[in-house]
Ligand binder design. Structure first.
Ligand code: SIN
Ligand code: FE2
Length: 204
């Protein structure tokens, strides 16, 4: 039975959504994605300042950021190849939690080394914001921050552990969110340490 903790209207934390075995299976699927679509180092629009995370994608569309802006595209920015499909282990989690939603088109894979973080932002490059965003975490714990739909609104912090899910839809679909920090050494799932976060989204 999946435990669900309401975080805000439309937003929920699913602690220990994936057990140890499921985490290993999803991790193996993520590694296979990365072997086809290597992690790349995105930069911020205009300034070219590097993100502290490295990223890749699977699915029909992948989210990228470069000097030109943020966008979804069908191809890896470095290899030029199509993104690999979203692995079935990952699609199954979406279908379990969001049975009424159409399948995700994009799965962004972010890798956080010990020092990486992610500033507060909205996920708003999708034409379809009627479907929730689902995040899955693997590896070291992180402090995830969720605010409201305006930048200045108060925020709440959640510790996301390996195997946790977090969904935000409805009135929270455009909520600001980010990652303050990861807690190195809190999980043994990744031999190299650090954290993977997958965000699954419907784009169109
Ligand atoms: C994101 O918003 O893209 C990532 C969230 C997370 O790493 O938990
Ligand atoms: Fe995000």
């Amino acid at each position: 039975m999946t435990k669900k903790l309401e975080a805000a209207p439309g937003a929920a934390l699913y602690p220990a959504l994936l057990d140890a075995d499921a985490q290993r299976q999803v991790l193996a699927a993520v590694r296979a994605v990365i072997s086809e679509a290597p992690l790349f180092a995105p930069v911020m629009p205009r300034t070219g300042a590097p993100f502290s995370v490295r990223m890749t994608n699977c699915g029909a569309l992948g989210w990228v950021s470069d000097r030109e802006g943020y966008r979804y595209q069908q191809n890896h920015p470095e290899t030029g190849r199509r993104w690999p499909p979203i692995p079935p282990e990952i699609l199954r989690v979406w279908a379990d939690l969001l049975p009424d939603a159409p399948p995700p088109e994009a799965c962004l894979v972010n890798y956080y080394s010990g020092e990486a973080k992610m500033g507060l932002h909205q996920d708003r490059d999708e034409q379809n914001t009627g479907v929730a965003v689902l995040s899955l975490s693997l590896g070291d714990d992180a402090r995830f921050r969720l605010g409201g739909t305006t930048r200045g609104s108060p925020t709440q912090a959640f510790r996301l552990r390996s195997g946790d899910g977090f969904a935000f839809g409805g009135p929270s679909r455009l909520a600001f969110h980010g990652v303050d920090k990861v807690y190195p050494g809190t999980s043994t799932l990744l031999a190299e340490g650090g954290r993977f976060n997958l965000t699954l989204r419907r784009v169109r």
